[in-house]
Design a protein around this ligand. Structure first.
Ligand SMILES: Nc1ncnc2c1ncn2[C@@H]1O[C@H](COP(=O)(O)OP(=O)(O)OP(=O)(O)O)[C@@H](O)[C@H]1O
Length: 519
């Protein structure tokens, strides 16, 4: 495996992109050759994903459109550049998009997204993929009552490792593994969705790492300053360990850049002990050790490749993944997202508005905003982010006052006895105290220890009081500058934030931008 850059090597493309608003998607009914668009599945900083019907093969598909925010706009159906100066950057991103599609098209593995077709049209590019039915791991983790049990995690790991191994054998490091790139099919193996090639191509030379990195999952060597630390399979090991850790911790891990200054990541062994004492969940030493090694900041101390990671995990082949039903295997620990009539949630002012994430449902472009909101209303990460932020700010103040103090997490006691689940008020451990601004300042990290999920029969404690006024960065601490607008959009639909100035302004702007697309 001599080459780990290949076509994924980032081109010289600064990004000042903004996440595309759903209303910028092509309208339903648009024909792209044999494909007819039916609605929007997702909108990110670099493109839009539509549900579509293939009139030639008579099947539904997903189509991803390359549409980098901040660089390009849509005029009619066509994509146009904002300024001519962006032409080279746009083209580099487009080439990476096409290359990613061509690479993925060479594989045929149930755990790796299949590309059916890629083509250029409307001065941009499109790739057609099977339309998977399910939700992202990020959405799934957000709706679990308790962290997933180890057998469940092993099935997830088995699938993702298989997909990654294919890529590594081709000399390609994924470099973008995150919970929103892992798709849990209703039935079948989890699927690794995309390689984020366009993002990386567009992001090189970006003024902020956050423009190209999913900072909570990216290892330190993916930061541009870390040029003496090569990237390789060990980089994907870090991200995958971070994904598992985040799902167990119920909050993304502290960014590697922040850990490099002061490592406040709660060690996996401590986290496992916490989950054992609070939830009665047992995680094997093999899993804990593999996560510890995988999350090593120093690349040299990590498993060198997936085989080494797999050996540490003592991961055995998992047969029958084509029938994997991730919800059924979680059993009652899966919080079925139909809580409006659930008395447990009567005190939740958002529950009556909330609907399940619609796995493959489309966002009708005419009513895009409400659909997105409903699909994500129950996610608790934004709330956790705010709580973490408050704690983080307090911790930061503490640091300013007494820089010599040990990190708060280091002193956080792990309960030695299991408290009753219903009354387990877990002390909030202070998250990393400061994102010491380095050459490239990063947003303050947000890490919350696992909050005990309420047992079904017990009313949940009231939500934390809404903070007074937060900035967009504070509301979405684990988003980056590209994903923040969408995160903010979602968060602003929630009661604690809706009245904040940043949300009022955001909502006003969205309404304005939606007018031409209204019914
Ligand atoms: N083949 C597919 N089938 C069903 N849903 C899909 C498919 N591809 C993408 N999606 C949905 O669209 C969303 C966005 O897709 P994707 O992650 O590929 O784009 P993105 O988030 O803009 O990219 P990036 O991860 O680089 O930011 C996904 O989270 C998923 O919900």
């Amino acid at each position: 495996m001599a080459l780990y850059t290949g076509w994924l090597a980032p081109a010289v493309l600064p990004v000042n992109a903004a996440v595309r608003h759903p209303s910028q998607g092509l309208p339903p009914g648009t024909r792209l050759g044999e494909f007819e668009l039916h609605g929007l599945l997702g909108a990110g900083g670099f493109g839009m994903v539509y549900r579509a019907y293939d009139h030639s093969l008579h099947r539904t598909v997903a189509i991803k459109e390359y549409l980098p925010g901040g660089v390009a706009d849509r005029v009619g159906q066509a994509v146009t550049l904002r300024t001519g100066a962006d032409a080279r950057r746009f083209d580099e991103g487009l080439r990476s998009f096409m290359n990613e599609a061509r690479l993925l098209a060479q594989f045929d593995h149930p755990a790796l997204v299949k590309v059916l077709r890629v083509w250029e049209q409307n001065r941009t590019a499109y790739m057609a993929m099977p339309l998977y039915q399910g939700v992202t791991l990020k959405e799934a983790c957000a709706q679990m009552r308790t962290p997933p049990p180890e057998p469940w995690l092993r099935k997830l790991l088995w699938s993702v490792l298989q997909a990654l191994e294919l890529l590594h054998r081709r000399g390609t490091v994924h470099r973008d593994i995150s919970p929103d790139n892992i798709f849990l099919q209703d039935i079948g193996p989890p699927v690794l969705l995309d390689l984020g090639a366009a993002r990386q191509a567009l992001g090189q030379d970006a003024p902020q790492h956050t423009a190209i990195l999913k900072v909570n999952y990216a290892p330190i060597e993916q930061y541009a300053d870390a040029q003496d630390m090569p990237q390789g399979p060990w980089s994907d090991v870090y991200a995958l360990a971070a994904v598992v850790y985040g799902c167990l911790n119920r909050a993304p891990p502290v960014p590697a850049s922040v850990r490099a200054v002061r490592d406040s990541l709660r060690p996996p062994a401590e986290l496992a002990e916490h989950l054992r004492s609070v939830h009665g969940l047992a995680y094997t030493p093999a899993l804990v050790e593999a996560l510890t090694a995988g999350l090593a900041l120093d690349p040299a101390r990590r498993p060198r490749d997936l085989a080494a990671f797999r050996a540490l995990l003592q991961l055995q082949p998992v047969p029958g993944m084509e029938r994997f039903d991730w919800r059924a295997e979680l059993g009652p620990d899966w919080q079925a997202p139909h809580a409006a009539s659930d008395p447990q949630h009567e005190d939740d002012d958002m529950s009556t508005l909330w609907q399940a994430p619609q796995p493959h449902s489309t966002i009708d472009l005419a009513v895009a905003a409400p659909a997105v909101v409903q699909a994500h209303r129950r996610q608790w990460w934004p709330k956790a982010g705010v709580a973490a932020l408050i704690v983080g700010l307090l911790a930061a103040v503490g640091i300013v006052a007494s820089p010599g103090d040990p990190p708060a997490t280091a002193a956080a006691p792990v309960p030695s006895k299991a408290p009753a689940r219903a009354e387990a008020p877990v002390a909030v451990t202070a998250p990393p105290a400061a994102s010491a601004p380095g050459p490239q300042a990063l947003p303050a990290p947000a890490e919350l220890p696992m909050q005990p999920a309420p047992p079904p029969a017990v009313r949940r404690p009231p939500p934390p009081a809404a903070p007074r006024a937060l900035s967009a960065e504070q509301i979405c601490p684990d988003s980056n500058f590209l994903t923040r607008p969408m995160c903010l959009f979602r968060a602003c639909q929630q009661a604690p934030y809706a009245a904040m100035p940043v949300c009022v302004e955001n909502t006003r702007r969205l309404r304005e931008s939606q007018r031409p697309y209204g019914p």
